[in-house]
Design a protein around this ligand. Structure first.
Ligand SMILES: [Ca+2]
Ligand SMILES: [Ca+2]
Length: 916
């Protein structure tokens, strides 16, 4: 997910509370006895005592202090409590229904620095303190309803609010951060259960023999007052059975409820996540043959060695007839080494690709795991029947990108051959990892700890039903922030950070995951990410590569709540972020463009100034020169202090170059930047080029332009990142957001006959406003590539991987290396603006392979020459990849170097590499 300007990637219909059972309405006395065995088979929620609704404008800072932003300090404050949530606090009347109250008085001392920093975002208001004598009661009172009331002199209510609890819980239960074994731990003839639920009034464990049988046992859990953890130890190995918890909690706006809920630490589940699965992930029966001995490929010595292919499990095989029907769309498709898809991945691996990054494979909430619909659209290239069927079935079809986490540490069930069996998905996920490793590819996961599928007291909400109000980031009124599209989590809260870190460790340790891609990582604290890095490295016994989206927006923007894991503030951490600098310059315009802007804002590779389309008109040369400088920013690793001679002839550090009001250079080391020109978000590069290249551009030229983008991407210092199918001209029929566009708009063709351009108008929800512009393009059969064009791109892309893989000069380790060894040619005001070129000095550099490597990328429609005085008298020859039998791009062989003058001549729309 790429941020606020990129369209919302929401999820399908939220579930209502229709199935909840209300036992006691507001005002009557609740029946709150212990649950019995039948309770285990009750609906997901039973309301034991309905409460009046309050907002949560006050905030606990710790176990003593609370702040009420905006409240009149010159008032009398009282904290009313009710064990069962019966408080009535209507303005002008006296408080009713409370069990009692305590005074809260203005705090006159200082605020500890860590609290002042954590809660700096709160507006001004009085800080109130619980008396020393009352503090010991707070843990118990937090298990009920607490209402902070500002009272008039006559004791009537002037204002009342509840309090946000995270500050108090993190202080009182600080020891919980050290608890090992949350979730299930299976030992010899024993099974341990641990659930962090410090505000629960009681908690019980329900065990089920199967995924759908009635409960076989219920057992009360014991509460540990030091950690807030409820636990049970069963004297049996319960592996293979299923469980749920029953927790009695006071939920804001709801009341005292008994929630039947799965485990936030579930390692597997039954169909549609209805029950958690009891498993020892170290058990031999959950391991494919050879699992323990299997080792990941050792292709990546430094983070900058990574080249990543971003792939959706279902996209990979659902359209591949060479995969057996039972495995299509499943984890196990990767085990069919002879399939077209696996042959494609193996070829990429052989060419130098290092990592497959899987779009979400943890348990997601948006796809029915059983009997999902598989619509079969049909229609004209510019028809709207295809998208109409996709839209009609989107909530029940088998497809979603999966940015809707339900259980963070369990494999998704819809990708397993049997979602009902909690063991299958574990085994098959591991088979997938082994198969990819065997093909020479490391495995990375796209993880989404920044939000959940749903929150509150909805059926598919997990965290909020265990500890209401704790795990999500709250706004000034206690509502959940939703800037990420969905219900934002609060990874600044201790136990949400722990959940994230424990989860990443689990994937590393138990599934041999080699790298992670963090969705909207800028919504998480840098400190949490650095703690995570330490933990996963230790678990793996080797560095685990971390990259993510470092966009800076929303309620956390500019460090409003904490130092973010964002582009600018990760500087020096070694964690990589996606760079939009080079991306936007290459593609043109921005990801949020609509209407005429999609066409008019051309990019460096698709005609800006030198091949204007009819929407763009003739732009000033300066636009092209500025884009060229930003392309060079990307080629130089987006480093802050790399010096570039700009088109204005100034020698500037990249951080002094402007990118939409921000420094263009933001990384201190090349490991901190991820270069890409296409990912799952927004239109594919092929489709962007459909908008921006003149309509008359030939299929062969469209393929060449695609490879120009890939070449800039591949030659940029840092991590190289590619969307699956970019190498075969992937189109989504101009869809700008295919998260819910089904197989139809997302499929890939590993027979290389079709790129699925012109398979109908893309879904109206995100694209409808531009239909008038899209329709004539989709109807234009000349824009669809021929198989020969697809084959050219496929093979030229592999040659680029070979070039990158063949020399560490394209993967330099440090900023110092890049400053010393990367020298741009053809810079400044007198440059040939359609050519970017650089010399890489290899003398004395381990793995360089060559004394010198010089690359040139001519984006123009015609041949261009540059003269580089400093390159006179070299012994340049074409890179061996260009001269090899079977080299993909025959045109590259026409490139020439003249030693007498230092002149390089590069054919039209060609990326070429010389070496000596
Ligand atoms: Ca699921
Ligand atoms: Ca769907």
């Amino acid at each position: 997910m790429a941020g606020k300007s990129q369209g919302v990637r929401g999820h399908g219909g939220k579930l209502s509370l229709g199935a909840a059972l209300v036992l006691t309405a507001f005002g009557a006395q609740a029946q709150t006895g212990a649950p019995d065995l039948a309770s285990c088979d009750a609906p997901f929620q039973t309301v034991l005592q309905q409460s009046a609704a309050f907002d949560a404008r006050a905030v606990w800072l710790d176990r003593q202090l609370a702040k009420w932003p905006g409240a009149d300090a010159a008032s009398s404050f009282k904290l009313y409590h009710s064990a069962t949530g019966r408080i009535d606090a209507s303005p002008g009347a006296r408080v009713g229904g409370a069990d009692g109250s305590l005074a809260m008085t203005p705090h006159t001392g200082g605020i500890p620095a860590h609290l002042a920093a954590r809660f700096k975002y709160l507006a001004a208001g009085p800080v109130l303190a619980v008396s020393a004598a009352d503090q010991a009661r707070l843990p118990s009172l937090l298990k009920g309803q607490l209402v902070l009331v500002r009272e008039a002199a006559d004791g009537t209510v002037r204002d009342a609010t509840t309090l946000q609890t995270a500050g108090a819980l993190d202080d009182i239960y600080a020891a919980a951060n050290q608890v090992d074994g949350l979730g299930v731990t299976v030992g010899k003839a024993r099974t341990g259960f641990k659930l962090w639920a410090p505000t629960a009034r009681q908690a019980a464990l329900c065990v089920y023999d199967t995924g759908d049988a009635k409960a076989s046992s219920i057992e009360a859990l014991r509460f540990d007052t030091a950690t807030g953890v409820w636990s049970a130890n069963k004297r049996a190995d319960l592996s293979g059975k299923y469980y749920k918890y029953l927790v009695d909690v006071v939920a804001p706006g709801m009341g005292l409820v008994r929630n039947a809920v799965t485990d936030p630490y579930s390692v597997s589940l039954t169909t549609d996540s209805r029950r958690s699965y009891i498993a020892d992930l170290d058990a031999p029966k959950l391991k494919p043959a050879g699992w323990d001995k299997a080792r990941p490929p050792t292709k990546v010595a430094a983070q900058t060695d990574m080249s990543v292919y971003e792939l959706h499990v279902r996209d990979f095989s659902i359209n591949d007839a060479t995969v057996s029907a039972a495995n299509r769309g499943k984890y196990t498709a990767f085990t069919e080494a002879g399939s077209n898809g696996m042959k494609h991945l193996a070829a990429l691996s052989k060419a130098g690709l290092t990592d497959i990054h899987l779009l979400p494979v943890y348990d997601i909430g948006s796809v029915p795991e059983k009997n999902c619909a598989e619509p079969r659209p049909a229609g004209a290239p510019d028809g709207d029947s295809q998208q109409a069927l996709v839209a009609a079935t989107q909530g029940k079809d088998c497809y979603n990108w999966g940015y809707d986490p339900y259980h963070y540490s369990a494999p998704e069930g819809s990708y397993a051959t049997d979602p009902a069996d909690g063991a299958r998905r574990v085994i098959e996920f591991r088979q997938m990892v082994m198969a990819l490793h065997k093909a020479g590819l490391r495995v990375g996961m796209d993880v989404v700890y920044n939000h959940t599928y749903i929150a509150g007291q909805n059926e598919k909400s997990v965290l909020d039903r265990v500890v209401p109000g704790y795990y999500h980031r709250l706004d000034a009124k206690g509502g959940i922030e939703r800037s990420t599209c969905c219900d934002n989590t609060a990874t600044e809260n201790m136990m949400m950070a722990k959940l994230m870190i424990d989860s990443a460790e689990l994937w590393t340790r138990h599934y041999k995951i080699d790298s992670f891609r963090f969705d909207l990582m800028g919504h998480q604290p840098r400190a949490a990410m650095e703690a995570l890095q330490t933990r996963v490295d230790k678990a793996a016994g080797r560095p685990v590569n971390l990259i993510g989206e470092g966009w800076n927006f929303g309620e956390v923007e500019n460090g409003a709540r904490f130092v973010q894991a964002s582009q600018l503030s990760l500087n020096g951490s070694g964690i990589g972020t996606f760079s939009d600098r080079g991306r936007d310059a290459v593609r043109g315009g921005g990801a949020g463009d609509g209407g005429n802007d999609m066409f008019a804002r051309q990019g460096y590779i698709n005609g800006l100034v030198y091949d204007a389309n009819t929407h763009a008109g003739q732009r000033p040369q300066e636009d092209l020169l500025r884009a060229s400088d930003l392309v060079k920013v990307g080629l130089a690793g987006t480093l802050r202090t790399y010096q570039l001679k700009t088109y204005k002839d100034a020698v500037q550090e990249l951080q002094a170059i402007d990118y939409a009001g921000q420094p263009a250079g933001y990384a201190s080391e090349p490991s901190e930047v991820v270069n890409y020109v296409e990912n799952h978000d927004n239109q594919t590069l092929y489709d962007v080029n459909v908008f921006k290249l003149p309509v008359s551009t030939s299929g062969a030229d469209r393929a060449r332009v695609q490879i120009l983008g890939a070449a800039i991407n591949t030659f940029s210092q840092g991590v190289a990142y590619y969307h699956a199918g970019m190498d075969i001209l992937r189109s989504k029929s101009l869809d700008r957001n295919s998260f819910e566009s089904g197989d139809w708009f997302n499929r890939l063709d590993w027979t290389y006959q079709d790129n699925y351009y012109g398979v109908g108008l893309p879904p109206a929800a995100d694209n409808g406003k531009d239909y008038a512009l899209l329709k004539p393009l989709l109807a234009n059969a000349a824009i669809k590539p021929a198989p020969a064009d697809i084959a050219f791109a496929r093979d030229a892309f592999r040659d680029l991987l070979r070039i990158r893989g063949g020399s560490t000069l394209f993967r330099m380790r440090t900023a110092a290396d890049i400053k010393r060894r990367l020298h741009f040619l053809n810079t400044g005001s007198a440059q040939v603006p359609t050519v970017v070129a650089a010399r890489l000095d290899g003398a004395g550099y381990a793995g360089a392979g060559f004394k010198t490597v010089t690359y040139l990328i001519n984006v123009d429609k015609v041949e261009q020459s540059i003269v580089a005085e400093g390159e006179k008298g070299k012994r340049y020859r074409l890179h061996p990849v260009h001269t090899a039998a079977g080299a993909a791009d025959q045109r590259a062989k026409e490139a020439r170097y003249d030693g007498a003058t230092g002149r390089f001549t590069v054919p039209a729309r060609t990326a070429v590499v010389f070496v000596e």
